[in-house]
Design a protein around this ligand. Structure first.
Ligand code: UD1
Length: 367
């Protein structure tokens, strides 16, 4: 059996690393499982891509589509046009896609139209917000996938309610958390930036188009952040999308603007912080597992389990609300969370077991 596994953008890399590892540790038992790594090149800068490969020990991609940035239509189309010949050349039995970025939907659609089976890792997450490009990517990918691997049972319910057959859905846990558990020891050993003491600083990330592409929204959110910086230093690794939007906005001197960080230093920074303010998806999950309070500056989340049982609070973008919730954490009122079921570091093993079993079931001879 041949598998093409696709990664394109920063949040994909920590999701594919443990799957590749699980395949290589199983390969001896299933000698014909042949796995090729495809990098679409959606993210291409050193600090958005190469550094993650290095930190996570991901091998060089077998196929690099080098598509780069563009509008959604341009980027999605370029990935599809570059991925189709790769599929035709390598003729995989399965294409494995992860997450919800443009590379995910582009490769899923390309493969499916060539009659190649598609497995989607992190299926079934729903924000119910169709203004988010990722929500469109999730819906389109899930509806055409043959195997849907979920991170929690709420995702299973979402898929079933959309008519996905139960036998395609497998609740396996969270591969991003597999990576966190593998790497947290190394991450905590890295020195903190000068002037930061464990438990005495906050971390900020902001990159959602809904927050950063509107100058008014960005200025209003950063107004609340400036007020919080009056009480605690804040480290702000700035995503490339956000960099140019900061011009002309005055920031409190205790906000430390830094370049996007690679995986290990960022994990080490978050793990020793007092709280995180973010509009990211994955960071909501990582903070829940680390037990770090997280304020998510969005009106909705596709990861409600992190609010229900984890440390995440959805605060929207009203500056008063952001400040109120941050103040309550700084005053020692942070919520205590628990870790979701099966976020135990073994999701990738479960995924590979299921994929290899499909192969055994399909035909013992073929495999
Ligand atoms: C993409 C994903 C988003 C994910 C985010 C993580 C989609 C629809 N969006 O959004 O879900 O949360 O990645 O980072 O797939 N740029 C660089 N270097 C790079 C990549 C991008 O400088 O390596 C700059 C370019 O100017 C680009 C801009 O960042 O136009 C935005 O990049 P893009 O990949 O379009 O979207 P993200 O906001 O990163």
């Amino acid at each position: 059996m041949k598998y093409l596994i696709v990664a394109g953008a920063r949040p994909n890399f920590m999701k594919i690393a443990p799957i590749l590892r699980a395949f290589s540790s199983k390969r001896s038992g299933y000698s014909s499982a042949h796995v090729l790594l495809v990098h679409t090149g959606q993210h291409y800068s050193r600090n958005m891509s190469d550094d993650f490969f290095r930190d996570l020990g991901i091998p060089e991609p077998d196929i690099n589509l080098e598509v780069g940035s563009g509008s959604h239509a341009e980027q999605t189309a370029r990935i599809m046009m570059a991925f189709e010949p790769a599929c035709l050349e390598h003729r995989p039995d399965w294409v494995i896609v992860v997450g919800d970025v443009n590379s995910t939907v582009a490769c899923a659609l390309t493969a499916k139209k060539l009659g190649i089976r598609v497995a989607h890792v992190e299926a079934g997450l729903r924000s119910r917000d169709m203004s988010m490009p990722e929500e469109i990517n999730r819906l389109c990918t899930d509806v055409i996938s043959d195997l849907l691997f979920t991170t929690d049972t709420m995702a299973d319910e979402n898929l079933r309610s959309e008519g996905v057959a139960s036998e395609k859905i497998h609740f396996v846990g969270n591969t991003m958390i597999d990576t966190l558990q593998q790497q947290i020891g190394r991450a905590r050993e890295l020195p903190l930036r000068d002037g930061l003491a464990p438990g005495k600083y906050a971390v900020l990330t902001l990159h959602r188009p809904a927050n950063v592409d509107s100058p008014d929204r960005l200025a209003s959110v950063l107004g609340a952040i400036n007020a919080i910086a009056g009480r605690i230093p804040i480290v702000f690794p700035v995503h490339p999308r956000t960099t140019s939007k900061l011009a002309g906005i005055e920031l409190h001197p205790r906000i430390q603007i830094v370049e996007p960080m690679s995986y290990l230093p960022f994990l080490g920074l978050v793990a020793r912080s007092q709280m995180v303010l973010t509009d990211s998806g994955g960071i909501q999950e990582e903070t829940t597992v680390l037990g770090i309070p997280c304020l998510t500056m969005r009106p909705n989340t596709e990861r409600p389990i992190t609010c229900e049982i984890g440390t995440n609070v959805l605060v929207g973008t009203d500056p008063q609300r952001i400040l109120k919730e941050a103040t309550s954490i700084l005053d020692g009122q942070a919520r205590i969370g628990t870790i979701p079921e099966k976020w135990d570091g073994r999701a990738a093993e479960r995924i590979v077991d299921i994929l290899l079993n499909q192969c055994v079931q399909a035909s013992t001879l073929e495999c």
